[in-house]
Ligand binder design. Structure first.
Ligand SMILES: C[S@@+](CC[C@H](N)C(=O)[O-])C[C@H]1O[C@@H](n2cnc3c(N)ncnc32)[C@H](O)[C@@H]1O
Length: 273
């Protein structure tokens, strides 16, 4: 589907509510608030220049859940125009309530599928994705969409957890709660177990697109990708892309390093030099 022609939310979205995140939105919102790490600072350092985003900068948060980052960033940077995207009706409602409680006028939310975004190609300045790839069926399809909707030179920040036990526990508890409280348990679309990606899998997911620049970082609990779209279309399997992919593979084989967020002024490929 050419989702670039789909600026409204009339695209074919699943209308069902067969999602654990729908059913147990309150539980996930609690986990997000009190359990998971807050990466707002890393996101800001990675995506914006030191003076902050330019007025009107358009940022998407994909799989925004209760709108944690969309609200935090909109609050911190009134210049931003932020949209949180999620499939869950009830999490979107929670996110809207959160933004309203904070009187944020630069923050909106839309029910949409990250596999098929209702935004024109090359229309978005920055994208944040946190803890989404754990549970989606087509990771590469989402990275393709991120690449498509980003403007030339647009940046994305992706954070995925790496700790198997800590990552899988919340989803396992959601399955357990669903089983205990509904007769429809077993009909939810989420996997039984969160798919915690290895470093090589994460690297090859990121390098499924022809980024002009991309860097991977690791710390004890998360792996991060910060990617920049080029200013001109890059041919598939171009020598540059292959070269970067090889660098990434070498990087993933090396020991863990501390998070050093690349900035707009410092090319993210510097992480590999
Ligand atoms: C593990 S939560 C992450 C929420 C938030 N980003 C965070 O950092 O806590 C995954 C979220 O992605 C949403 N989601 C799952 N599949 C999606 C899709 N195809 N498109 C958009 N959102 C999706 C779920 O409803 C849920 O809110």
């Amino acid at each position: 589907m050419d989702s670039s022609n789909c600026e409204t939310n009339a695209c074919s979205l699943p209308q069902t509510t067969d999602s654990l995140f729908e059913r147990l939105s309150w539980f996930y919102a609690l986990c997000r608030e009190y359990l998971f790490r807050d990466h707002t600072e890393e996101i800001a350092h990675s995506l914006f220049p030191p003076a902050g985003p330019a007025p009107g900068t358009r940022l998407l948060e994909l799989g925004c859940g209760p709108g944690f980052y969309a609200c935090r960033l909109s609050e911190e940077f009134p210049n931003l125009r932020t949209t949180g995207v999620d499939l869950s009706f009830s999490l979107i409602q929670r996110a809207k309530d959160r933004a309203a409680a904070r009187h944020l006028s630069n923050c909106s939310f839309q029910r949409a599928d990250a596999h098929s975004l209702p935004y024109a190609s090359g229309s978005i300045d920055a994208i944040v994705v946190s803890r989404l790839f754990l549970i989606v069926p087509d990771k590469e399809g989402i990275v393709r969409e991120i690449f498509r909707v980003l403007k030339p030179s647009g940046l994305c920040f992706i954070a995925e957890p790496t700790s198997g036990f800590r990552t899988r526990l919340p989803l396992a508890l959601m399955w357990l709660l669903a089983r205990l409280t509904t007769s429809a348990a077993g009909k939810y679309r989420e996997p039984q177990q969160a798919d915690v990606m290895s470093r090589p899998s994460f690297a090859s997911l990121i390098y499924s697109q022809s980024w002009a620049e991309a860097g991977l970082q690791y710390d004890g609990w998360y792996q991060y990708a910060i990617c920049r779209r080029g200013t001109a279309p890059v041919a598939e399997n171009s020598p540059k892309t292959e070269h970067l992919a090889n660098l990434i593979r070498a990087q993933t084989a090396s020991a863990a390093s501390h998070f050093v967020p690349p900035t707009v002024d410092r090319p993210v490929t510097a992480a590999f030099s």
